[in-house]
Design a protein around this ligand. Structure first.
Ligand SMILES: O=C(O)CCC(=O)C(=O)O
Length: 260
């Protein structure tokens, strides 16, 4: 594998000073925008402690707090019920601290000054806002891509042509747990490589000749174009904790909507 796909790194303080960086992520010219020092490290530590104190079912495939639309693709009504039911639980994880989801929204507003950034709403129902994922020793995510336009056709957010993904690293694993981004975007004919449960067989990236392995620090935020295949390598030391939030928009539209 050729690890040469470039990434963009900026400090949080520089947000808004760099024009067109998002364009490079959309087009795949760059693999990821890494925003260093996005969220306070002490707050990350407090949140990590709160999450590590929670018990997760052993048989849960993905240990998470919050609602992910992917789990409700064919049950839209239940998605909105669960999104509302878990809003308080997610909020409580951040209680007494700056809510990182609000900071992500403020940052997106700086990156998209001409658009209005809000949590997606459909028929008066608010989408879920943020999912916290926990990866423990040995956990990983196989090669996959996220694409609401194809997977979530019944939801309004699927109508936007561009989808991006933000990930905040609340706790980084000391060993392993890197995010590998492959410079190959999904196309429908790739579905033949799809695994039964989740993700794709490695064959789907056989013709990909640029990748990058990144390991952002605690408190860093990244923005990626999730239509490009990506995977999380097995965690080999302490737990890895992230907060994920999607955003979507159309080139000439007035809105940027977010959801999880
Ligand atoms: O946790 C990460 O580094 C990436 C998250 C991811 O793979 C996803 O949101 O699809």
């Amino acid at each position: 594998m050729n690890f040469k796909w470039n990434q963009i790194e900026i400090d949080y303080k520089e947000i808004g000073q760099n024009e067109n960086i998002i364009e490079k992520i959309i087009t795949g010219e760059s693999s990821a925008l890494i925003i260093r020092n996005f969220y306070n490290n002490d707050s990350c530590k407090i949140i990590s402690k709160r999450i590590e104190a929670k018990t997760f079912e052993d048989n849960e495939k993905m240990k998470k707090i919050g609602v992910s639309l992917t789990s409700y693709i064919s049950n839209k009504a239940e998605y909105f019920v669960q999104a509302d039911a878990l809003r308080k639980t997610v909020r409580q994880v951040f209680s007494g601290l700056e809510d990182p989801r609000k900071k992500i929204h403020k940052t997106l507003q700086l990156l998209f000054p001409e658009k209005q950034v809000t949590i997606a709403v459909e028929n008066g129902k608010k989408y879920a806002c943020g999912v916290i994922r926990l990866h423990e020793l040995g956990d990983f995510a196989p090669i996959h891509r996220d694409n609401a336009s194809y997977e979530a056709k019944g939801f309004d957010i699927s109508k936007f042509s561009i989808q991006l993904s933000t990930v905040l690293y609340i706790q980084q694993s000391q060993k392993g747990g890197e995010l590998v981004l492959h410079k190959k975007s999904w196309k429908k004919s790739d579905e033949k490589f799809r695994n039964i449960d989740f993700g794709y067989s490695r064959d789907v990236i056989l013709d990909c000749n640029e990748s990058v392995k990144i390991k952002p620090n605690q408190g860093d935020l990244i923005i990626i174009n999730p239509i490009y295949y990506h995977e999380i390598l097995p965690v080999k030391a302490n737990k890895r904790i992230t907060l994920g939030l999607f955003l979507a928009f159309s080139k000439h539209g007035e809105k940027v909507v977010t959801w999880s």
